[in-house]
Design a protein around this ligand. Structure first.
Ligand SMILES: Nc1ncnc2c1ncn2[C@@H]1O[C@H](COP(=O)(O)OP(=O)(O)OP(=O)(O)O)[C@@H](O)[C@H]1O
Length: 630
């Protein structure tokens, strides 16, 4: 009994799931910044990096930058005044006479010390305020630029190897822009404090400054080496982080929540997510001993030099080379310079570290900006009378066969074309070529006789309405879901007309706020539609545009027969004014088409009218028969 039960238990225990495949970073940078991360490079590049940050900040808020600079200057002056006045106060304090007399002698200098200290604190507070004025807008600006540039790239870039990883790496630049100005500001103010205190110290005794520099140099080298290790790990983890980010969304979004639960995917997804995270952690942990070694060695070297500095100061006093009052001031100056130097080094390394991520971001922004469509100055103007494909070939990057292979077609206004064919035969790719989303590798696509390679694509897409196979369900109001991408008129009449055209009025009127209802159950106050209702929204979005070219890729796959019938009636009713293309696997629906093309392996293998193809004895007839064989 027990053994039967345990056998049964064994039988239902699933085998351990395979770990996620090893992913390597596939981004291609013209320069690998890691190759040259060194202390010398950091020092050499800091001015350029600061200049870049300053220019970014200047573009964001000039007045705040001016305020910041004034604060830095005032802080520097007050630090110099503070130390000089301290030196003045030391003389009477450590001199002869009664305590009362000595204190009285020091009062004027102490007053200056107090004022200078207050000024220093005050300017630090104002500088922090100025930085807080710049940072949020600068981050928003960099973030928005990234979103904009990705929204505008040639769609073919998405299919290129490494594009997505480089995008992920650029996201890190956006994240670092949060701390960029604060780091630069701290670096500059520490530099100014260091220079002023160092100046005062050199006046007191020229030997002190080089000794001090030596004491802090190891910390500087250590900080840069640690930055290098951090960046190395970031580089190694980019691809894993990218995939993990995508999987995180897919696994946790409510959209796929049913599938995750009903198909018992949660265990594997969690395992997968943890396995990928562990892999990232392993790389990070493997680097920990290196960073520990760097920290220990730099602390040891720094400590040795610091002992030498204090010993030198003691020797100067004991041998009578400097007065006690000067030595006391030197102690304060040494402490100030040391603190400032550490800040310079730490913040300098942070600025440099940030600059590595900014370089990734900039390189991606430049690359993406270079990929915005630049196809020539000609403009397409409505009406779209004719679209022609001439021996068009298109092959996706990394694929060994073209997805569309030598297709020629002519589409005329007022006519409906249906495209059918097996999965992967090239139907959707053909629609991307027809709309100029992709340009062909060979052959040409013309609209009203003009090659799309020479036409500003915005003027083409202003005349296009597309219902893709996988359409977006925007977390926006019903109204915006219909009008998105098209200027909206002041009244809702055309919006309701588009709603009526897809038979959705009753459903929209039933929503809590009609057209104003937010369509997202993930957002507070939002509502969710059914799959078929969403598809009707996608159709109404395309119809609302009243496009010269209407493309519907499996537009009714989730609709009930009434909805499907209504959509096809609508397509027929408005067909006279436009070119209409329907991609479908439901061959019965191709009855409405004036012309049908059958695709196989990227080529058109059959074409004609419905009745001709049904009786033609070819692939169309075979597929139709199969669809009716139940
Ligand atoms: N973004 C892409 N990157 C790389 N290859 C792609 C991409 N999109 C499609 N392909 C490939 O191009 C070929 C044609 O795909 P396409 O999506 O055009 O087929 P389809 O006829 O629309 O298929 P379905 O009926 O399944 O929608 C397929 O082999 C597919 O793997």
């Amino acid at each position: 009994m027990t053994s039967a039960a345990s056998r049964e238990e064994r039988d239902i225990t699933p085998p351990p799931p395979p770990p996620p495949a090893e992913i390597t970073y596939s981004g291609q940078y013209s320069v690998n910044p890691l190759a040259e991360v060194s202390f010398r490079r950091m020092c050499g590049q800091l001015p350029a990096v600061l200049n870049r940050i300053a220019r970014l900040a200047w573009r964001t808020d000039r007045r705040a930058v001016q305020l910041l600079l004034v604060c830095q200057a005032v802080a520097g002056i007050s630090a110099a005044v503070l130390l000089t006045a301290t030196a003045r106060a030391m003389k009477p304090v450590l001199g002869d006479g009664s305590a009362d007399d000595r204190l009285q002698g020091a009062v004027p200098a102490l007053l200056v010390v107090t004022l200078a200290a207050a000024l220093g604190r005050g300017t630090a507070a104002v500088a922090a305020y100025a930085e807080r004025r710049i940072t949020p807008r600068l981050t928003t600006e960099t973030d928005s630029s990234l979103v904009e540039v990705v929204c505008r790239v040639e769609a073919s870039a998405y299919a290129e190897e490494g594009f997505s990883d480089r995008h992920e790496a650029a996201e890190m630049g956006v994240m670092r822009s949060h701390v960029m100005v604060a780091d630069a500001q701290r670096f500059l103010s520490a530099l100014i404090r260091m220079v002023t205190a160092g100046g005062v110290l050199s006046v007191l005794n020229p030997l002190m400054l080089p000794l001090l520099l030596l004491a802090v140099l190891p910390a500087g080298v250590g900080a840069v080496l640690t930055a290098r290790v951090d960046y190395e790990i970031h580089y190694a983890n980019v691809a894993d982080r990218n995939v993990r980010g995508m999987m995180r969304w897919w696994a946790t979004t409510s959209k796929y929540g049913d599938e995750v639960r009903a198909n018992s995917m949660a265990d594997y997804l969690v395992f997968w997510y943890r396995a990928l995270s562990d892999r990232c952690d392993r790389r990070t942990l493997a680097a920990a001993p290196r960073t520990l070694r760097i920290a220990l060695l730099s602390a040891l070297a720094g400590g040795v030099f610091l002992v030498a500095t204090w010993s030198a100061l003691a020797w100067l006093v004991v041998s009578g080379r400097i007065e006690l009052a000067v030595a006391a001031t030197a102690v304060i100056a040494v402490q100030t310079v040391l603190a400032a130097l550490s800040q310079v080094v730490v913040n300098g390394a942070a600025v440099f570290h940030t600059s590595l991520y900014l370089s990734d971001m900039q390189s991606f922004l430049d690359d993406a900006a270079a990929r915005t469509p630049r196809r020539g100055p000609r403009k397409h103007s409505a009406p779209t009378e004719e679209i022609r494909l001439e021996e068009v070939v298109y092959q996706y990057p990394g694929k060994d066969k073209p997805a569309v292979d030598g297709v020629s077609l002519t589409l005329k206004r007022g006519r409906i074309l249906a495209i059918v064919g097996a999965n992967g035969s090239g139907k959707s790719t053909l629609t991307r070529l027809l709309t100029g989303i992709y340009l062909p590798d060979k052959g040409r696509v013309t609209w009203n006789g003009t090659d799309l390679a020479e036409v500003d694509p915005a003027t083409v897409w202003a005349n296009t309405g597309l219902v893709p196979q996988i359409f977006a369900q925007w977390p926006l109001r019903v109204r915006e879901n219909i009008t998105l991408g098209q200027p909206r008129t002041h009244d809702d009449v055309p919006v309701w007309a588009a709603v009526d055209a897809v038979g959705l009025r009753e459903a929209v009127e039933d929503l809590p706020a009609g057209l104003d209802t937010l369509l997202s159950r993930d957002v507070f106050g939002g509502t969710e539609l059914s799959g078929g209702q969403w598809q009707r929204i996608a159709c109404s979005r395309a119809l609302y545009r009243r496009p010269g070219l209407l493309i519907l890729d499996e537009p009714t796959s989730q609709m009930d027969p009434r909805g499907e019938h209504q959509i096809f009636e609508q397509i027929k009713a408005i067909a006279a004014d436009r070119i209409t293309i329907v991609v479908t696997h439901r061959l019965e629906n191709t009855r409405i088409a004036d012309h049908i093309v059958v695709m196989e392996h990227g080529r058109i293998t059959e074409q004609g009218r419905y009745d001709d193809l049904v009786h033609g004895g070819g692939t169309f007839a075979e597929l139709l028969e199969l669809s009716q064989d139940r």
